[in-house]
Design a protein around this ligand. Structure first.
Ligand SMILES: Nc1ncnc2c1ncn2[C@@H]1O[C@H](COP(=O)(O)OP(=O)(O)OP(=O)(O)O)[C@@H](O)[C@H]1O
Ligand SMILES: O=P(O)(O)OC[C@H]1O[C@H](OP(=O)(O)OP(=O)(O)O)[C@H](O)[C@@H]1O
Ligand SMILES: [Mg+2]
Length: 283
């Protein structure tokens, strides 16, 4: 059975559960269930703290995990990213009271509070900067400045609202960009069929979410122009219509471009243009 680590709480957990549900897996029904066996799909889910997931996967105890890229890097566990999942997007940044520093180079000799000491230490080392120390905190890191525990912080920034509420400003460029990812132990057999199946299902959810199916009718003389607008993922399906000289076309179109493409199709003579959501797919 494939053993998969999934986040039991925090920013990653709801979106991860939604994605697994869309991929057809059975999920826990009570929040205190820590292990769920999905017999029909041959997988066993372990609900773990997001921060611990890379450790379990890196040690090979679990085959696959869903975590954040920043958490993977912070853990330094021997595991690698195999698929980005597009949710829990954030940056990881230094911040402080206005004027405290202009770039990472100004942090030499300062004390930095963070929940991600591994990410911070690596970044400082890459820039040849020696801080006075890194204070590891579990959360609410922004408050450490007011309480005098550190001179600057390094934390997750999404909208920037938390920093703005406290009158703090980001320092320099982002240390890294993070999002939810699927990880596997270093050197895992990439052709392992159960793992391949899981990855294909998750990839398919991303495709089903990212595309719509567009159908339209078009006269043969306009077909080339329409094809250029809807090339599809591989190749559009073209079927003859009962009406002489007309075809029905079906093609996948990126969801965020669907309305523009439909306007353009109408402008080149397409009729009866329909867009439908994709419930599930295998690409
Ligand atoms: N506001 C946010 N927006 C987007 N992603 C976030 C946000 N806060 C944390 N994350 C991401 O969530 C992951 C951390 O999850 P974790 O559950 O440890 O922390 P959390 O979501 O802050 O939960 P909690 O603070 O309740 O412990 C990281 O990958 C981080 O980048
Ligand atoms: O840029 P924003 O949209 O404001 O989001 C960033 C905030 O979200 C997270 O906090 P969380 O609520 O998880 O609390 P924590 O600091 O205790 O982890 C993160 O640690 C930041 O504080
Ligand atoms: Mg948090």
């Amino acid at each position: 059975m494939l053993r998969i680590a999934i986040p039991n709480k925090g920013s990653l957990s709801d979106s991860a559960a939604r994605m697994l549900h869309e991929a057809g897996y059975r999920l826990r029904t009570e929040s205190n269930e820590l292990v769920v066996v999905d017999e029909a799909n041959g997988v066993e889910f372990f609900y773990l703290r997001p921060r611990d997931i890379a450790t379990y996967v890196g040690s090979g105890q679990l085959d696959i995990g869903i975590t954040g890229r920043d958490l993977l890097l912070d853990s330094a566990a021997p595991a690698e990213e195999v698929l980005k999942l597009g949710f829990a997007r954030s940056t990881f940044r230094f911040a402080g009271v206005p004027g405290s520093a202009g770039s990472v180079n100004d942090l030499a000799g300062m004390t930095i509070a963070t929940s991600y000491p591994g990410v911070v230490a690596k970044h400082l080392a890459e820039h040849g900067v020696e801080a006075a120390g890194i204070v590891r905190l579990d959360g609410a890191v922004e408050t450490s400045l007011r309480l005098g525990v550190a001179q600057v912080i390094a934390d997750v920034v999404e909208t920037g609202a938390t920093l703005a509420h406290l009158g703090l400003e980001v320092i320099g460029e982002p240390i890294m960009h993070s999002e939810a990812i699927i990880i596997r132990p270093f050197g895992a057999d990439a052709s392992h069929p159960p793992a391949q199946r899981f990855l294909r299902r998750m990839q398919s959810v991303l495709v089903a979410r990212g595309y719509v199916m567009v159908d339209y009718d078009i006269a043969a003389r306009h077909l080339d122009k329409a094809m250029a607008l809807t090339p599809g993922l591989e190749s559009p399906t073209i079927s003859p219509l009962h009406r002489e000289g007309w075809s029905a076309v079906r093609s996948m179109v990126p969801a965020d471009k669907a309305h523009t493409v439909m306007d353009e199709l109408a402008a080149v003579g397409a009729r009866a243009i329909l867009a439908t959501r994709i419930h599930a797919c295998r690409i």
